[in-house]
Design a protein around this ligand. Sequence first.
Ligand code: 0PR
Length: 354
Amino acid sequence: MQQAGPQSFDRVLSSMCTRPHPAAREAAERFLATNPGDPDTYRTVAALEREAVAGLGELTGLSEPHGYVASGGTEANLQAVRAARNLADAADPNVVAPESVHFSFQKAAEVLDVELRTVPVDADRRADPDAMAERIGSDTALVVGVAGTTEYGRVDPIPALADLAADAGARLHVDAAWGGFALPFTDHDWHFGHADVDTLTVDPHKFGQAAVPAGGFLASEATTLDALAVETPYLESTSQATLTGTRSGAGVASAAAALEELWPAGYRDAYERAQANAEWVADALADRGFDVVDPVLPLVAADLPASLFDALTERGWRLSRTARGELRLVCMPHVTRETLGAFCRDVDACREAN
Ligand code: 0PR
């Protein structure tokens, strides 16, 4: 395996990661041996991290962002829960989220020993504010909304969730880990500029075309990071708000390079192409008689028989399923119209063979 290269992205329709932009790849390679976890020693990469956070702030409607480049959406979501727990008055704080939240919230709840209350979504698979209001109480520290759900690409009604959080004296976290680099080019209300959002996850290593690992954790107030900070007596810097200690300078430099290169025009192009591809393949599957969940963002779910799913997998397609068993096609930037055309021809060929 010594000389093995990574697998090709050609038939990958299941991933929320993608081929990094060439500038992002090059920056990652240059900064492989740096540690932004020790910012006073590794000052160049620390400066790049400030640039990356400023860029993520622009993307999410925050002129003075506080945050950092995390290891991924899991860490960013966990930190949002941790900040809310640390700042809560309640002795036994809970988190109220739609059932469409990413499983990272289960991990966060378990690690942090807070109760996670998940609430059924509405008919369009979005958070249902009325149903969530019933589960929110005086011990609720955090309300969560998702802007681009993992399974169906749905965008929760963030302003309505912000109102619920404000009424309960709770914080609001928006998980835009995947959707955050597409949503700026839509008319959804999802970010700090649209509602009273306390923290937000937006991952450069997903639609942002940065190398892994590059997640994004952002907060509207410095007090959030203060609530996460621990003292670091033997580093040159004296406190640390991140969850991990030593961190990937490659991810940080790569995120800064991707943002510099692609925001906003390159991301707009990528989103428009991906969205057009998602709509194209949604129509192509509907024309073939499958039930299709319309793509609000570049993600299509369709009800294919399990035998067909397996036959496509045999042909080398990398596919994933929703919890209900639907095929889930994530139209990332590496997924071209030609790829989707070839996929549909294989769908036809597999059906004929059966
Ligand atoms: N929040 C949302 C909305 C997500 O979709 C994800 C990941 C996360 C948080 C967690 O992010 P990290 O995985 O960066 O910690 N969603 C995909 C999933 O778990 C991630 C993924 C990425 C899956 C690449 C496959 C893959 O090849 O399904």
